[in-house]
Structure formats: C-alpha cells, structure tokens
Write a new protein. Structure first.
Length: 413
C-alpha cells in the first residue's frame, strides 16, 4: 500500500484517540499471564501487542512474533521460566538479525534451556521451560533495555525472585523504570538502585484494574505536525503529565520547537498548539532515554529548516531497520545534507524541500509515520504505508482527521 499525502482542509481542532501504549500493554500481558486477576483497559491494538497475546496462548509449538522486539524478548524469558513449555520462537527475517544473545546468556546462566536454531546470538530459538532457581545474574545494559525488562517481568514467578546487576552504560532507562513501576503497581516488591535491580518472588496479588495510558511515541507524529504547521491545534486523549513512558519528554522537547502542551486534568487529554514562532537556529539533543523519538525529531527539524544534532543513538541500528542510515537516505532525497556516525545524526540547516519525493519505509513503522507530517510542507508519497500497524494501525485514519489529505493506494506485489 502506498500513501499519497498533501495538504487538505484543516479543522480548527481535531481530537484523536491514539490508543494504549504498546510498551505498557506488552508488559501488562506478561504480568497477566502470571496473575490472572489483572484487568487491562485501553490495551494497544498494535500488531506487536496482538502477536504477544497470541504467543502467550501457546504451550507447545511455534510462535512467530514477526517484527515485534518486545514480544521476542519478553516471550523468550517467559517461556524459559514456564515449566512444561516447549516452544520454537521465531520472527521476521529482520528479527533474525536483531541480537538476543545477552538475554539468552542471562537466562541460561539462571538455569534455562534455550538453544539457537540457526545463528548463535539470534532468533529463532528453541526453548524448554524450566524452574529457574538461581537469584543473581549480571547483564550488559548498553545494547537493549528490553533484555532487562524481560528478566524483570518474569522475576515474580521465579522461586527466589531475581537480582540483576546492570553492566556498562544503561540505555533506554525509562523503559526499565516503566517495568519497575508496573511491577510495584500490582504489588510486587521491586527496586532499582545504582546498577542493581532486585525483585521478589510473589504467588498471588490482589485483583487490580490498570488503564493503559495512550502511546507517547505515537503522539510524537502529532507534535511534529503542530510544529510544522502555522496554527494547527490537536487534542490527544488518555494522556497524563504523570506518565510511565519516557517519551512523555516530548512536551519539553517540542516546547523548544514552538509547540505548547496543555495537560487537561479534567478529562486526561493533552492539547497541542503552536505558540512560539521564534525558533532556534539549531537543536542539540541526547536521546539515549528516548530512542523512538529520533526519527520524528530529525524530520521536524529538517522541515522547520533548523539544524540539528541528535546523539546517544547507538541502538538505532538494531531496531526495525538501521534507522540512522534509513534517515540519511530518505532525508537526502528531500534535499537535506545529513551526516551520520554510529551513534548520532547531524542535519544541516536547509531551506529547500524537494517536492513529490517517494519515501521508502524499510519495514519500519516509524519511518512512515515520522515522514508523514512533512506533507504540510510539500506533497509526498510513502511506500509500504501498511507498516504503521506494527504500533499504530489507525495512523492514516487519524492523520486525515488533522486535515492532511491522504490517499491510500493498493499496490500489486
Ligand atoms: O521496552 C520497551 O517497550 C521498548 C524499549 C526500547 O528498546 P531498547 O531498549 O532496545 O532501546 C524502545 O526502543 C522500544 O520501542 C520499546
Ligand atoms: C524499536 C521499536 O520496537 P521493538 O524494538 O519492540 O521492535 C519501536 O517501536 O520503535
């Protein structure tokens, strides 16, 4: 499917319900598999959440998580600790290039039985579930925080709980804190101090209902739209100032780009509007804590003609695609001058924007969604637009509500 985008008719204010955070949803599903008396409201409708939910129904057989990193990592730990499970866990060809050795080593050190079926360090995996008796494990924390969250999420089901020592510089730390908060919220004793995470074992919890907050990473595309507009106003429902998601940092990041966020406590929504039209010449940010915002911020800065330097991005090359290189190729087509190295991207201040460019998405939902707001500045096309369903199946429908014209064309394979 191809998306043909341009300017349409802009309503005064559009109200959008993005849907539940996929990160919170996928953690809560793993916890619910251990404690049935958790009721989850506003669960994400993303592909990544659906594959995890389906996977959890399997005890014996093959589970394919496609492109879902959290599902791959969380299910590896879950099945490894689930006595009686015999699972082949696999994913898309890209998933088979995304490393998982750090997590598999940690679990095998705890007594698990996980084997590689093809390349050492990568899915597919053969997992035989066992009782994991050991309590202590050390894990490299500078590759993906998902390995640590995966271990934390199964800790309550281990007879002795778990103490995880984080080695190296911890990246994507807010995601570890999100896992910790959710564990505490359901009544598990958990703490994270210096570089040690410790979590107690627990058999039962009190019944609890948890409402998943909407997805802040997905909100970034609407921040970008408002920033690139003259006067768009957009209201996003089910958000709060007191968020578990690190990407809530958007409100302060986009303040620098002229977007004001009002937190409406009466109905838990946020209203975005363009306030400051005096923009800086350049923006420099370290995104170690918020890697999923990199593509959005890079594209917004380019569209606004602001030079930008984004650092702390060493993990981007092992995500859905090598995101730094994908950004460089696509922004260059639009007329940008882009420099990348292994952990950063620099984009020169630019005044030209080439029209009618066809953006490739590299099987990465965030490539499609991050480039879409540029339609406010120039007509463009986005190839393989269906990729958005990985995290945000209604993205194109919601984008239209803001006034962007969006024609979706089926393409023959
Ligand atoms: O735990 C999570 O829900 C996530 C953690 C981050 O991954 P890394 O820890 O690999 O950076 C983030 O990029 C991903 O979209 C979701
Ligand atoms: C990196 C992402 O997801 P995952 O690692 O869970 O596939 C993402 O959604 O941007």
């Amino acid at each position: 499917m191809k998306a043909i985008l341009g300017r349409g008719k802009f309503p005064k204010n559009s109200i959008i319900n993005i849907g539940g955070s996929k990160s919170e949803s996928n953690r809560l599903l793993i916890l619910k598999a251990q404690f049935q008396n958790i009721t989850i409201k506003n669960l994400s409708e993303s592909d990544d959440t659906n594959v995890l939910q389906q996977g959890l129904k399997t005890v014996n057989g093959t589970v394919n998580v496609h492109h879902a990193g959290t599902a791959m990592r969380f299910l590896t730990a879950y099945f490894a600790a689930k006595e009686g499970a015999e699972i082949i866990l696999t994913g898309s060809s890209r998933m088979q290039e995304r490393p998982i050795g750090v997590l598999v080593d940690a679990l095998n050190n705890l007594g698990a039985d996980i084997q590689y079926l093809q390349n050492e360090g990568y899915p597919p995996l053969k997992i035989k579930g066992k009782k994991l008796q050991k309590r202590n494990v050390a894990v490299q924390a500078d590759i993906s925080s998902q390995y640590i969250s995966a271990l934390m999420l199964i800790a309550p089901m281990l007879p002795n709980g778990l103490e995880i020592t984080l080695k190296g510089k911890t990246i994507s730390k807010p995601y570890i804190e999100m896992t910790l908060s959710l564990l505490k919220q359901i009544g598990v004793q958990a703490n994270f101090h210096n570089n040690i995470v410790s979590i107690s074992s627990l058999d039962k919890i009190e019944a609890i209902e948890i409402i998943v907050e909407s997805d802040w990473s997905a909100a970034s595309y609407f921040y970008s739209l408002v920033a690139l507009s003259e006067d768009l106003e957009i209201t996003l429902t089910s958000f709060s100032e007191d968020s578990l998601q690190g990407d809530a940092a958007l409100s302060s990041i986009y303040k620098k780009l002229g977007v004001q966020t009002v937190f409406n406590t009466f109905d838990n929504s946020i209203s975005l509007s363009k306030k400051n039209k005096q923009l800086p010449d350049s923006l420099k940010l370290n995104l170690t804590n918020t890697p999923d915002l990199a593509q959005t911020v890079a594209v917004t800065c380019f569209g606004l003609g602001i030079a930008c330097e984004l650092t702390g991005l060493q993990t981007l090359k092992i995500k859905e695609t090598d995101r730094l290189s994908a950004l460089q190729i696509e922004l260059t087509k639009l007329g940008a001058v882009v420099h990348i190295d292994c952990a950063s991207i620099r984009i020169r201040k630019s005044t030209q924007l080439v029209p009618n460019v066809i953006i490739e998405t590299y099987q990465d939902h965030r490539m499609a969604m991050a480039f879409a707001p540029l339609a406010l500045k120039t007509p463009l096309r986005i190839n393989n637009a269906g990729v958005v369903s990985k995290s945000y199946p209604n993205f194109w429908k919601d984008l239209k509500k803001t006034g962007i014209s969006c024609e979706l064309l089926k393409t023959t394979p």
